[in-house]
Ligand binder design. Structure first.
Ligand SMILES: Nc1ncnc2c1ncn2[C@@H]1O[C@H](COP(=O)(O)OP(=O)(O)OP(=O)(O)O)[C@@H](O)[C@H]1O
Ligand SMILES: [Mg+2]
Length: 263
């Protein structure tokens, strides 16, 4: 469960460049819910994730994770229960470390009690997890991650963020830099992890098809606020066309040719 209470984030406060990136935003995401998050460039999606992960400090408001106020916890502390995958396949992994060492590092976070304490048993389990990616990475445990393809690295980054069962998994356009085939593979793995582990997840995407198809709930942000919040049957019945219409209503005439949104 994650709840944001009256959250505000200000950049350059008190200067002529002051900018409110998040404005008095409140939302509660129950355990196991998967939220698709959309919004135009600069809407505040990444800033929202930064505030949840603790990489920016809110000017006001609280971040509650699994019932506890984490607003004052440092980013490295929150990393134990906040999993994160970004757009850049290089970002989530350490390129000069081996596949196994990357995974071992990730295994020190999250629900460690669920993992074996003995190194040999842990290694076996991590190898099994790698095999489940279906990319043959279990045969490449001792290779440096820099030798993997973009799709393989992003799959590994996703595995590293998800397998310790974080309280919340934040996916920020995590398939956007991949070719269509790898994007589909990583999305399928996302489904498997989020549903298989029962994770609470928030996924930013600019892809309206994915936003409509994936997840239990759809949230649209605009200028630092939530402007649409659909779940249940409303979300299930959402078509790409319906979503584009909603997007246009919110954003007005200044943006949004259909082809931009559908590209
Ligand atoms: N470090 C920063 N300093 C100043 N302004 C910032 C900083 N980071 C973000 N902003 C501003 O905050 C606003 C929200 O940015 P954010 O990156 O959260 O948008 P976004 O919704 O993730 O957009 P995109 O879809 O392009 O990734 C923007 O106006 C941006 O310019
Ligand atoms: Mg962003």
């Amino acid at each position: 469960m994650i709840a944001l209470e009256s959250l505000s984030v200000l950049f350059n406060p008190g200067t002529p460049d002051e900018r409110a990136a998040i404005k008095d935003l409140s939302i509660s995401v129950p355990r196991g819910q998967w939220v698709s998050l959309i919004g135009s460039n600069g809407a505040g999606k990444t800033t929202l994730f930064n505030a949840i992960a603790g990489s920016v400090s809110p000017a006001a408001g609280r971040v509650i994770i699994d019932g506890l106020d984490r607003s004052r916890d440092a980013e490295y502390l929150r990393a134990r229960f906040v999993g994160r995958v970004r757009q850049d396949p290089g970002g989530g992994t350490a390129p000069d470390m081996t596949v196994m060492d990357n995974l071992a590092l990730a295994s020190r976070k999250g629900a460690r009690r669920l993992l074996p304490a003995k190194p040999r048993a842990l290694k076996l389990l991590l190898k099994e997890r790698l095999a489940e990616l279906g990319m043959g990475l279990e045969e490449r445990c001792d290779e440096n991650v820099s030798r993997l393809s973009g799709g393989q690295r992003q799959a590994l980054a996703l595995l590293m963020a998800a397998f310790t069962k974080p309280a919340v998994l934040l996916l920020d356009e995590h398939t956007a830099a991949l070719d269509p085939r790898n994007a589909d593979i990583v999305m399928e793995l996302t489904r498997r992890f989020v549903r298989g582990y029962g994770l609470t997840a928030m996924m930013v995407t600019h892809d309206m098809r994915r936003a409509a198809a994936e997840g239990d709930r759809l949230i649209m942000m605009h200028e630092g606020q939530i402007v649409a919040d659909l779940s249940g049957q409303e979300k299930k019945g959402l078509s790409v066309e319906g979503l584009v219409r909603l997007f246009k209503e919110v954003r007005g005439h200044e943006y949004a040719e259909d082809r931009d949104l559908l590209s």
